[in-house]
Design a protein. Structure first.
Length: 338
């Protein structure tokens, strides 16, 4: 599987999970073992009590040696997650923990969560809990969401629900959308729908945009919806993404989409992106796109970006672009900027 905000804590957690969740949503993981963790009546015939806290790291083969293919007990999994949480700045430890979670059979994950919840509270705990619930949602999204909605603090519940909905949407976006739509209008429903659209955009940005068109616009701010669609689309097919952004009805959505394409495409191929932006109709969307592309360009080749900016028609846009490039150039290479 390729593997989530109002309060500051939630924003921090989502950023961490969206950055950290690169291991969950953006990086390929090895195939998941069919057996998962050792659970009652699992495929290996083992059984345990949820209160069994002995950290059995692996089973044993007939020669009495550890069997690396045997599933880990819930206690062993929790012990490893605890170790990862003890080193929050260790990205390798996070990725290993994420792979460990991916290998758990969703049918057995409830027992793991029950033991994990016994660990002392700390900031990273809500992030790993969200990953566990996301894995649970792959097998039983309704049960995972029921748990996510009723466990932990408000910020923890929000993060857990978003993770579960996103995981569900990876398998069945329409079912996840239907569940989100039955929530009362407001921020909770908007967050759930954003998770659905964002998840679908990973595999099919066009379908995600089509779904967005069917959703009620209760907040008037669709920037959180447009960003995952057009950033992903522009990464894979910038020409089509640009054409679709330009074709949106006039308004904030249109301007947001153009800005997202400019930022993404400009980071990949600034020359092609600049040629596209230069052909946009005059207006704020045109000016913002040009500024964004030149800013990206200046980060890679400030001298060439300055030359391009000098070719713009005289006026406020050229002056602003020139000043921005000079400032960025001076920060990156003061001697060359002089």
């Amino acid at each position: 599987m390729k593997g989530i905000v109002v309060a500051f804590l939630l924003a921090l957690a989502v950023a961490f999970c969206g950055g950290l969740a690169m291991g969950r949503y953006s990086l390929d993981h090895p195939a998941k073992p069919a057996a998962g963790v050792a659970g009652s009546n699992d495929s290996l015939g083992e059984s345990f009590s949820p209160d069994d806290s002995r950290p059995r790291d692996s089973g044993s083969n007939r020669a009495g040696k550890p069997d690396p293919s045997a599933p880990l007990s819930p206690a062993a999994i929790v012990a490893r997650l605890k170790e990862a949480m003890a080193h929050p700045s260790d990205r390798h430890g996070y990725l290993e923990a994420s792979k460990l979670i991916d290998a758990i059979d969703p049918k057995n994950i409830r027992v793991v969560i029950e033991q994990f919840q016994k660990l002392p509270a700390q900031r990273e705990k809500s992030i790993y809990l969200a990953l566990l619930i996301s894995r649970w949602a792959e097998g039983d999204p309704q049960a995972a969401l029921t748990y996510a909605q009723t466990s932990g603090s408000l910020s923890e519940r929000r993060l857990a629900v978003t993770s579960a909905v996103r995981s569900w949407a990876e398998k069945d976006a329409n079912a996840a959308r239907s569940w989100a739509m039955q929530l009362p209008p407001g921020q909770e429903r908007d967050r759930a729908l954003q998770a659905v659209v964002s998840s679908l955009a990973e595999s099919d940005p066009a379908a995600a945009l089509a779904m967005l068109d069917t959703l009620p616009n209760t907040t008037g701010n669709r920037q959180p919806f447009y960003w995952p669609i057009f950033s992903r689309w522009a990464t894979a097919d910038p020409v089509t993404a640009a054409a679709r952004a330009v074709g949106l009805p006039p308004g904030s959505g249109h301007d947001n989409a153009i800005q997202i394409v400019a930022s993404t495409w400009g980071g990949q191929d600034p020359e092609a992106a600049f040629a596209w932006a230069g052909a946009l109709p005059p207006g704020q969307a045109h000016d913002n796109a040009v500024q964004t592309i030149l800013a990206n360009w200046a980060g890679k080749d400030p001298q060439h970006a300055a030359t391009i900016a000098s070719s713009l028609p005289p006026g406020p846009m050229r002056d602003r672009a020139t000043a921005n490039i000079a400032r960025q150039w001076a920060q990156n290479d003061p001697h060359a900027a002089l």
